[in-house]
Design a protein around this ligand. Sequence first.
Ligand SMILES: *[C@@H]1O[C@H](CO)[C@@H](O)[C@H](O)[C@H]1NC(C)=O
Ligand SMILES: *[C@@H]1O[C@H](CO)[C@@H](O)[C@H](O)[C@H]1NC(C)=O
Ligand SMILES: *[C@@H]1O[C@H](CO)[C@@H](O)[C@H](O)[C@H]1NC(C)=O
Ligand SMILES: *[C@@H]1O[C@H](CO)[C@@H](O)[C@H](O)[C@H]1NC(C)=O
Length: 329
Amino acid sequence: MRWALLLAAAALLAPAAAAAPAAREEQLFKAWMLQNNKKYGLEEYYHRLQIFVDNKRQIDKHNAGNHTFEMGLNQFSDMTFAEFKKMYLWSEPQNCSATKGNFLRSSGPYPDSIDWRKKGNYVTPVKNQGPCGSCWTFSTTGCLESTIAIATGKLLSLAEQQLVDCAQAFNNHGCSGGLPSQAFEYILYNRGLMGEDTYPYRAKNGTCKFQPDKAIAFVKDVVNITEYDEAGMVEAVGKHNPVSFAFEVTGDFMHYRKGVYSNARCEHTPDKVNHAVLAVGYGEENGTPYWIVKNSWGPLWGMDGYFLIERGKNMCGLAACASYPIPQV
Ligand SMILES: *[C@@H]1O[C@H](CO)[C@@H](O)[C@H](O)[C@H]1NC(C)=O
Ligand SMILES: *[C@@H]1O[C@H](CO)[C@@H](O)[C@H](O)[C@H]1NC(C)=O
Ligand SMILES: *[C@@H]1O[C@H](CO)[C@@H](O)[C@H](O)[C@H]1NC(C)=O
Ligand SMILES: *[C@@H]1O[C@H](CO)[C@@H](O)[C@H](O)[C@H]1NC(C)=O
């Protein structure tokens, strides 16, 4: 308490050090540490405190402005974006643009809005990839889980770790990245994917332990939506099922809390996307059309693990490589 006061006094006396944490910011950091079960050594503590305070100020500044989405503190608030990127996103470009489209748009009607979470028991609870660039495996299992549930009424939970460990022959790289379209191809040619229960997730690279007799999910065909055909994505989600897609995560997205995410500066091309997720629906709010998206950073991030992102503008390259499987049931 006493040294907190001293710090506050020091901050008043030394306006040049305006970026130094104020006492109330440090209190907030301590509360955040408790809430997030964080413990650091002394040196690390001051390092993380400064990063936390920088993030918090960025969040407050954003929230004071006029934006379609809000930012907030979350489990990533003691990390710089560079650290976050290294731990959770693809380190290098994947072969998005090599994915040839074969989705044929039809002329039939589709709904103005849809949310597959509300149409039935079609979407598994939000999962957590942990510190491993395996988002593509969660986008893949999420999509296959939903397509199977829509076809059979049975909602399975499928094994991301099998994709991390076994799908290299299809240009996937475990914790270093991959693509849902390539993972669907793997499941098709491998003849099956095991369940979460028989092949649990470990958030790190491992050796392949696939057991064919334990496979519970199968793929008959893979549908790739034509590059930049966002209307095709809408039709696929509106008429068929959730769709896997990738987009570029930039520094602000890490702090997303709620609302419709939009960014005027992110990239729009397939070589810049670095994170794969699952579109489970779409809608419109105050004239802004959006996608409803399932992420894989646990249920505490964003809106119960989900986020909304602006639709119709290829926002952050989200229409650059979208796909879904046709399950074999
Ligand atoms: C906020 O931004 C929207 C969209 O750009 C604009 O229409 C609105 O007038 C702005 N509101 C304020 C208070 O600046
Ligand atoms: C992209 O595809 C080529 C040809 O199949 C392959 O050699 C390369 O490793 C792939 N790159 C990635 C990042 O998967
Ligand atoms: C879909 O994309 C995958 C991975 O990029 C590719 O291997 C496959 O041939 C594509 N399918 C079609 C029908 O083009
Ligand atoms: C994980 O394994 C893949 C090959 O399957 C390799 O390309 C990649 O560098 C490994 N990543 C890490 C973080 O060990």
